[in-house]
Design a protein around this ligand. Structure first.
Ligand SMILES: Cc1ncc(COP(=O)(O)O)c(C=O)c1O
Length: 383
């Protein structure tokens, strides 16, 4: 049976051309530790790691490659910033569409005296920046918000919220998990102080590598959660205060970073907006098709503007888990069912507690696969 992968919101497949070769070549030829080995081979790898930081800076319109920090994933980056920056008495705002990578660390911080509130979004996942502005308090220290919902793809008003944060002197941290690589985002234009990313979703790199791009002031005010060897100023028992060493202790995930470098080179070679156009064409064809099938309730925006290529459907007369199971077992179509680690988003969209079946499209998918899936759904729902 043919297999069709519609779970790119979880992790992308296939990865960018060149990623697996780059990882294999590094491991085969010596993944020598950088910042430690004083030999030519290690310096050559250092150079590639620096290039990766520079490419990320270009992608996200940021001027400081040294302030690009590698972490195991966006979940780690968000934890580093949320737990390292916030203190007792601080107030934080996020949206009602966040992933647990934002809400769970915030709930943990609540127990340490940090107050947090989520700005209510509308039933299609959109947010009114004016509602957000009304919830700012004198003690609001940070806003932490995702660029696009991992449940339905709806984008949040990242630029408008950034402008308000900038005017009010509030630190602004964004989660780019569902857009990085596919949709452009500028740290400068959006006044972002901390941009977090994960390498394995739309960036098309391997798992186990993510990171954050942070302003000098955010870096200075954030306590490094993880301390250890950096290969620099080894006579000091305190963490270095310079970047990126302040936040990069321990041996780095070089295969992950070199794989991500190959993925970024691939993105560099694409025409602007090429990936987004293709993915949105698939998402819209699927959405239009699903809307015509009885017993379906697709959630989120119904037009291609301000959305990523994620379509979530509640099969109102059926068990969502059964539909997902039949799609996979009878037709080889891989999706994700449930709450997708974002319970607040489902409460906003009106799909809690049953969740949805999520179809998330990637560059490797085709219109033929979308049509095949729509046919399969019709047959499954006929019973
Ligand atoms: C919006 C959003 N934020 C954060 C994450 C967490 O990503 P990771 O598991 O790579 O840390 C995800 C993953 O699904 C996500 O969709």
């Amino acid at each position: 049976m043919e297999r069709i992968y519609f779970d790119n919101g979880s992790t992308s497949f296939p990865k960018a051309p060149g990623v697996s070769d780059a990882v294999k070549s590094l491991l085969d030829n010596g993944a020598f530790n950088i910042n430690r080995g004083g030999y030519e081979e290690a310096y050559a790898i250092s150079e590639q790691v620096l290039e990766t930081r520079e490419m990320l800076c270009r992608m996200f319109d940021f001027g400081k490659p040294r302030n690009v920090v590698f972490t195991p994933s966006i979940t780690y980056s968000l934890n580093y910033l949320i737990k390292g920056y916030l203190k007792e008495g601080d107030h934080v705002l996020c949206s009602s569409m966040e992933h647990n990578a934002v809400t769970r660390p915030l709930v943990q911080m609540e127990k340490r005296g940090v107050a947090f509130e989520s700005v209510p979004c509308f039933e299609d996942g959109t947010m009114d920046p004016k509602e957000f502005e009304k919830m700012i308090r004198p003690e609001t220290k940070a806003v932490i918000m995702s660029c696009a919902s991992n449940v339905c793809g709806t984008m949040l008003p990242v630029k408008e919220v950034g402008r308000i944060c900038h005017e009010r002197g509030i630190a602004y941290i964004v989660d780019t998990a569902q857009i990085a690589g596919t949709f452009p985002i500028s740290m400068k234009e959006c006044h972002i102080d901390g941009l977090t990313f994960t390498g394995h979703k739309s960036l098309l790199g391997p798992q186990g590598v993510g990171g954050m791009l942070i302003s000098d002031s955010l870096a200075k005010e954030t306590e490094p959660l993880i301390a250890g060897g950096t290969g620099s100023v080894s006579h000091l028992e305190e963490m270095p205060d310079f970047m990126p060493d302040r936040f990069e202790s321990g041996t780095m995930n070089l295969p992950g970073i070199i794989g991500l470098r190959a993925a970024l080179l691939y993105h560099k070679g694409l025409k602007e907006g090429e990936l987004a156009r293709h993915e949105l064409e698939l998402a819209m064809r699927f959405l239009r098709g699903v809307e015509e099938i009885k017993g379906t309730r697709p959630v989120g925006l119904k037009t291609p503007e301000n959305r990523a290529a994620i379509v979530s459907v509640d099969f109102v007369n059926d068990d969502n888990a059964r539909v997902a199971f039949e799609l996979e077992s009878r037709y080889g179509i891989m999706t994700r069912v449930g709450l997708h680690c974002a319970p607040r988003a489902h409460k906003t969209l009106g799909t809690y507690p049953q969740g949805t079946v999520r179809f998330s499209f990637g560059g490797g998918n085709s219109l033929r696969e979308v049509d095949f899936c729509l046919d399969a759904l019709k047959k499954i729902l006929e019973k």
